[in-house]
Write a protein that binds this ligand. Structure first.
Ligand code: NAP
Length: 226
């Protein structure tokens, strides 16, 4: 069966993307730090008839992330799609927010490690096999601030913009190889409980975009504005 690895798989986009691909016959490899939370998601998906398995790893531990993706590839006999979207719902050591004038090496470096270097490590773990097969999809998620930055997220947005730039250029490089890379910028609050007046959307309203990018292979980016 084809398989997707979701790096940073939680109850929001992670679960919705898992359902979207799993419902179309994909096996789903879920990667995040908490084994217990992943096992809960696996049980949920399996109760819905989706084949899923958990591969715990921290994106800040790049060798562990690579090993988790290797294990996922062995488990499913290959990985057809990589999706990268960790979100720090529970604290990630070193991650803070800073307005642009207060961005420093100390508060930007962890964001780069989390958003950019983790994504690079994930891509490096799966891209050689995809290139060899002449097929595969690499999808990377950030917030809308990667495109339209807001002061509150000065360091977060800078790291996300770096990831976005790299993905768009990876897309250019991979043209004609059969491997498709694309960026998704989610410019809304996901789920309930967002700030007053800020647009929001349910993960299920967004997840279809990922399938469209994988299936149509005609765009390097989607900005979801609700
Ligand atoms: N939530 C929003 O309102 C919002 C808005 C715009 C854009 N986005 C973007 O949308 C994407 C999905 O967000 P979501 O909120 O729907 O996420 P989600 O799928 O509900 O959860 C993401 C998961 O990432 C995991 N994670 C966090 N730090 C990690 C680490 N160091 N290593 C490995 N896994 C880690 C967490 O699990 P563990 O704690 O077990 O590691 C968490 O459950 C993210 O790229 C986010 O930046 C979110």
């Amino acid at each position: 069966m084809p398989a997707i690895a979701i790096v940073g798989a939680g109850p929001g986009m992670g679960l919705a993307i898992a359902r979207t691909f799993g419902g179309r016959g994909f096996g789903v490899a879920l990667i995040a730090r908490s084994k217990d939370k992943l096992e809960t998601l696996v049980a949920q998906l399996e109760s819905e008839g989706i084949t899923a398995a958990a591969f715990p790893a921290d994106v800040l531990d790049r060798p562990a992330l690579s090993a988790a993706l290797d294990a996922a590839r062995d488990h499913f006999g290959g990985l057809d799609v990589l999706e990268y979207s960790p979100a720090p719902h529970s604290p990630v050591p070193g991650l803070t927010m800073a307005v642009p004038s207060e961005v420093t090496v100390d508060n930007l470096q962890p964001q780069i490690e989390y958003t950019v270097y983790g994504a690079l490590a994930a891509a490096h773990a799966v891209l050689p096999a995809m290139r060899q097969a002449g097929a595969g999809t690499l999808l990377f998620t950030t917030g809308g601030g990667s495109v339209h930055p807001i002061p509150m997220l000065g360091n977060v947005n800078a790291a996300a913009a770096a990831l976005r730039n790299w993905v768009l250029n990876l897309h250019n490089e991979l043209a004609g190889t059969g491997v498709h890379a694309a960026h998704v910028a989610i410019n809304v609050w996901i789920g309930a409980g967002g700030p007053e007046g800020f647009p929001s959307a349910a993960p299920e309203q967004i997840a279809g975009l990922y399938w469209d990018l994988h299936e149509r292979r005609d765009r390097s980016e989607v900005v979801f504005n609700g």
